[in-house]
Design a protein around this ligand. Structure first.
Ligand code: PLP
Length: 234
């Protein structure tokens, strides 16, 4: 049997540190098959993001329609979308009944913006989906301090609030209708790009393979932690 397909909508980071190339690598590593639609082109190096250009929303929509028609898509990952028009075009074509993971990308780690428009558009895009914000993204989406439970109330299926930017030991918080669970582990002393992209793609790959959300989150955290461990400076 062939690997289940994950439709990935994300920005192209030519350096491969994050974005579509990192997503494809992750999806394959977790036993699924990536189908990749570029939502934006970026100019980036491993150091910083310099510039981005959103792709025409009608091109993204046509690519989504074509792949959803002809491929047996089992999960969808949405990363960087670029602007509000793209967020709405993607939102309109997300099918019912396929799990969707949305990583609400607003800016690169270097601080450079990767989204132009009101952050609330990304919350709208994630309605009924699994949202994986970091602390800054959660705050921007809520217009209030980051709170997984408050985000969940906005019509999401689940929220994984990532605590990687907390001072001290990082704690991720998973909020679903079943309740709130915390995942804590010691900080790994490495800095790497694209950890958010990889975590969301790893969750989507697990869901595509039929793994329940909680187990997919645990496996995705293990995968990203292993990725970080390989990047501890010697
Ligand atoms: N570039 C693209 C295309 C992305 O999707 C992301 C995702 O967050 C980033 C850059 C940001 O990566 P980093 O946080 O490593 O700068």
């Amino acid at each position: 049997v062939s690997a289940p397909a994950v439709l990935v909508l994300a920005g192209l980071d030519p350096s491969g540190g994050a974005g579509l190339l990192a997503d494809a690598e992750t999806v394959r590593a977790l036993g699924a098959h990536p189908l990749c639609v570029a939502t934006a082109l970026t100019v980036q190096t491993m150091r910083a993001a310099r510039r981005f250009q959103p792709v025409d929303p009608s091109l993204i929509a046509d690519a989504m329609r074509a792949l959803l028609e002809e491929e047996d898509v089992r999960a969808i990952k949405v990363g960087m979308v670029g602007d509000a028009a793209n967020a709405r075009a993607i939102r309109a074509l997300l099918p019912e009944g396929i799990p969707v993971v949305v990583d609400p990308v607003l800016a690169a780690s270097s601080g450079a913006p990767l989204f132009s428009g009101p952050p609330g558009e990304l919350l709208e895009l994630a309605r009924g989906a699994i949202l994986t914000p970091n602390l800054a993204e959660a705050e921007a989406l809520l217009g209030a301090p980051a709170d997984a439970g408050k985000l969940l109330e906005r019509g999401l299926l689940a929220v994984l609030l990532k605590g990687g930017h907390l001072a001290g030991a990082p704690v991720d918080v998973l909020a679903t209708a079943a309740g709130v669970e915390q995942f804590a582990a010691p900080r790994i002393p490495a800095s790497a790009r694209g950890t958010g992209c990889r975590l969301a793609s790893a969750i989507a790959a697990g869901l595509a393979r039929g793994v329940p959300l909680r187990d997919a989150v645990i496996a995705a955290r293990t995968y990203v932690r292993e990725y970080l461990r390989k990047r501890i400076p010697v």
